[in-house]
Write a protein that binds this ligand. Structure first.
Ligand code: SAM
Length: 174
């Protein structure tokens, strides 16, 4: 029989492990929190994602935005994810959703990856990270590329459109 203190120690270790797993990436971009599916659809609708698009999800988590972009909007989708567990999980989710031919997954830090072929970029990150990404976007993204961010606007950039109640912001590279 476990003593109460042993049970409490196990619960504390599990809880601390969960918090570390969920938030360790906060130091390099954002912690983990999946975008609600309803918001995924609103983001992709607002950006008018379509068949000719190459959508990049920076910090692609469990791959839900990639799968929606590929399956429902017929786009090509590329996810960049730095957490190994989430990367493997999304790899499996993409295969289970039978859209591996239209979705590519890249493991690593999105600040170090080339995103020049994007026509749409999706973000659910963190305010200061969006701000740091502005330089990369200005250097790498083509004119006309749409950037759609959930929850956090991009400081000092002017929105082309927005769903304020849903905290979804759309920008276009000029
Ligand atoms: C808030 S979650 C959003 C996940 C997914 N895009 C979605 O909307 O459901 C942020 C994701 O970005 C990843 N991430 C954070 N910083 C990163 C970085 N510098 N490079 C790659 N991935 C990063 C995290 O591991 C996490 O999975």
């Amino acid at each position: 029989m476990y003593q109460l203190t042993e049970i409490l120690i196990i619960l504390a270790v599990v809880f601390v492990g969960y918090v570390i797993w969920k938030y360790w990436t906060l130091t390099i971009g954002a912690g983990y929190d999946p975008t609600p599916q309803k918001m995924v659809d609103k983001m992709l609708d607002l950006a008018e994602v379509g068949e000719g698009d190459v959508l990049y999800d920076l910090g692609s988590g469990d791959g839900r935005i990639l799968i929606a972009a590929a399956k429902r909007y017929n786009a090509q989708a590329v996810g960049i994810e730095v957490d190994p567990f989430r990367y493997v999980f999304s790899w499996c989710a993409v295969r289970l959703a039978s859209c591996g031919d239209r979705v590519k997954l890249r493991f690593g830090n999105f600040f170090a990856k080339d995103i020049r072929d994007a026509t749409v970029v999706t973000l659910f990150l963190f305010g200061p990270t969006n701000k740091r990404l502005r330089k990369k976007f200005e250097e790498e993204l083509k004119s006309g590329t749409r950037v759609v961010s959930y929850m956090w606007p991009i400081e000092d950039w002017e929105c082309e459109d927005a769903l304020p109640d849903e905290q979804i912001y759309l920008y276009r590279i000029t």
